[in-house]
Ligand binder design. Structure first.
Ligand SMILES: Nc1ncnc2c1ncn2[C@@H]1O[C@H](COP(=O)(O)OP(=O)(O)OP(=O)(O)O)[C@@H](O)[C@H]1O
Length: 237
């Protein structure tokens, strides 16, 4: 279980997160949703240990990891797929995967197995990273993160800007990865993808959790939650 407990994050004097509490366990898919600037990427980076907390704690498997460097948090079993995708443009798909395998930890995921769930990458195995479509680059970035055999995988806007067919393929992969034992934390700007696969959602607004609940609760309060995402909490008051 990964926990952000009353986490506050500052960029200089500007407050980006205030008292954010989030839990994500290995046996669930959670989504963090909010519009531009709500604090989603900051939350994900805070979970990964890429940003220091000015107050609050982060915990992983009941261990306080608030001051652990990101490399150690990664070694404990937390994977990260940034929105920038971070693949090597001048290396082939296979070489990119071999680079990912350098951080390989024993577990289910091997290069052969990630190529099985991403047949498009198998077809493009000799292509350079810069010859791939946006969707294929996203698949490569996710495949590389899986090679670290994370217990929990954090994904920053993994479906942003992708064609509906590719989004469908990614959703199938997320479901399979989750069934094979990895917890997922997805950041998204709206509820479309989360509604299709997340167990629970957190809605962020102005750096705080404005709403959280299960998918069933979300179904019952869909209009209210949509209005928080599109217009913010203050307009609700
Ligand atoms: N490196 C930074 N330095 C200063 N302020 C930052 C920095 N990164 C983010 N911010 C600010 O922190 C707030 C939260 O940003 P964050 O990127 O976490 O939001 P987001 O919900 O992920 O938005 P987006 O969907 O646009 O990525 C915003 O006001 C943003 O301008």
């Amino acid at each position: 279980m990964m926990v952000l407990d009353s986490a506050c994050v500052q960029y200089g004097l500007a407050r980006a997160l205030h008292d954010v509490c989030i839990t994500a366990s290995q046996d669930e898919i959670i989504a963090i949703v909010g519009r531009n600037g709500a604090g989603k990427s900051t939350t994900l980076k805070s979970m990964m240990g890429l940003l220091p907390l000015s107050k609050g704690k982060r915990l992983f498997q009941e261990r306080d990891i608030t001051t652990l460097p990101v490399e150690q948090i990664s070694r404990l079993g937390v994977g990260f797929v940034p929105d920038t995708r971070r693949i090597f443009p001048n290396l082939t798909v296979h070489e990119n995967l071999r680079m990912g395998a350098l951080a390989h930890k024993p577990g289910y995921w091997t290069i052969e197995r990630v190529l099985e769930i991403f047949p498009r990458l198998q077809e493009r195995i000799g292509f350079g990273g810069d010859q791939l479509s946006g969707g294929e680059q996203q698949m490569l970035s996710i495949a590389r993160a899986l090679l670290g055999n994370p217990k929990i995988l954090l994904l920053d806007e993994p479906t942003e800007g992708l064609a509906p067919k590719i989004v469908d393929e990614l959703i199938d992969v997320f479901v399979q990865v989750h069934r094979l034992g990895t917890g997922l934390v997805l950041v998204e700007q709206n509820l479309k993808v989360p509604m299709r696969l997340a167990d629970r959602q957190y809605v962020l607004d102005h750096g705080t959790v404005a709403w959280s609940g299960t998918s069933k609760e979300l179904d019952a309060q869909r209009d209210h939650v949509e209005s928080i995402i599109t217009t913010g909490v203050s307009s609700e008051e």
